[in-house]
Design a binder for this molecule. Structure first.
Ligand SMILES: [Zn+2]
Length: 277
């Protein structure tokens, strides 16, 4: 399968709450991938990570990792050092799990000019890449498009920072909708994918990492995630756009009902492209 659908963390219907139970459940549900949620800290040890690798490999489930929320690369001193360390630990453990990508909320704009923030975050990302390379940790860093203007991660920023080797975007379509109230139609989704193609070429479309969920928002942007049925998010049109661009990669569902909406979106997509399931 070219485009895989899966859950942000262990599906709710899993037998246990651990990652291996999650991988098994993802497989049973007919989904293809899962994001390991290190969002409250990297608590997984190397031994568990090796067992996760084995389970995912055996069942052919592709993995990614979400780095901790407590990260701000637009910082100095201790905060910056701790933020880098959290990303590196996510990458180290993620790589042992066999994950291909680490998703990162890069930081906050605070009162700084956006251009200066970009340069600062870029420098921090370059430092992290160099460190990871020196340790032979092979994993892609994915800067996520964020749901509030106060956060680093506009579509432009997430694409621009791919000038650093080993960095690609995580396109969160629900965030891009929430931040402006726009980006919620087949045409708008298509123009986002066209921007990716313009910046990263066919390779970029072949290797996408996407987040999707229902979402509630105000004029300040994202408020919280919702299930598709209770939100205005046009997931059917998004599935159309995925098919129109024949994208490949991973689609991670972050709706509160995780696997249910992941399956809703997958079925929609399969229907559009004529996959028989
Ligand atoms: Zn995220």
């Amino acid at each position: 399968m070219r485009l895989l659908f899966g859950t942000a963390g262990t599906p709710l219907s899993s037998r246990g709450t651990d990652s291996i139970s999650g991988i098994r459940r993802v497989h049973e549900l007919g989904l293809g991938c899962m994001e390991l949620e290190f969002v409250r800290g990297v608590k997984m040890g190397e031994k568990t990570a090796r067992a996760v690798y084995d389970a995912a490999k055996q069942l052919d489930i592709r993995l990614s990792v979400h780095a901790p929320y407590y990260i701000n690369l637009n910082a100095e001193g201790e905060t910056l050092a701790a933020s880098k360390e959290r990303i590196m630990n996510s990458a180290r453990i993620g790589a042992i799990c066999g994950a291909k990508s680490v998703v990162i909320h890069a930081g906050f704009i605070q009162k700084h000019p956006r251009g200066a923030v970009y340069e600062r975050i870029k420098k921090a990302i370059i430092d992290i890449r160099e460190k990871l390379e020196s340790e032979s940790v092979d994993i892609t860093l994915r800067i996520e498009t964020m749901g509030r203007g106060s956060q680093f991660g506009s579509l432009e920023e997430a694409l621009a920072i791919t000038e650093v080797d080993g960095v690609l975007p995580c396109i969160d379509f629900s965030h891009l909708h929430a931040v402006s109230g726009k980006n919620n139609s087949r045409d708008e989704f298509a123009s986002i994918l066209a921007r990716v193609e313009e910046k990263l070429g066919q390779k970029g479309l072949d290797d996408m990492h996407l987040h999707v969920s229902g979402i509630e928002y105000s004029d300040k942007g994202e408020k919280n995630h919702l299930v598709f049925a209770e939100s205005d998010f046009k997931y059917k049109e998004l599935a159309q756009a995925f098919a129109d661009f024949d994208i490949g990669g991973m689609v991670i569902c972050e709706s509160p009902n995780l696997e249910e909406d992941a399956l809703v979106l997958k079925r929609e997509y399969d229907g559009v492209v004529g996959n028989i399931s």
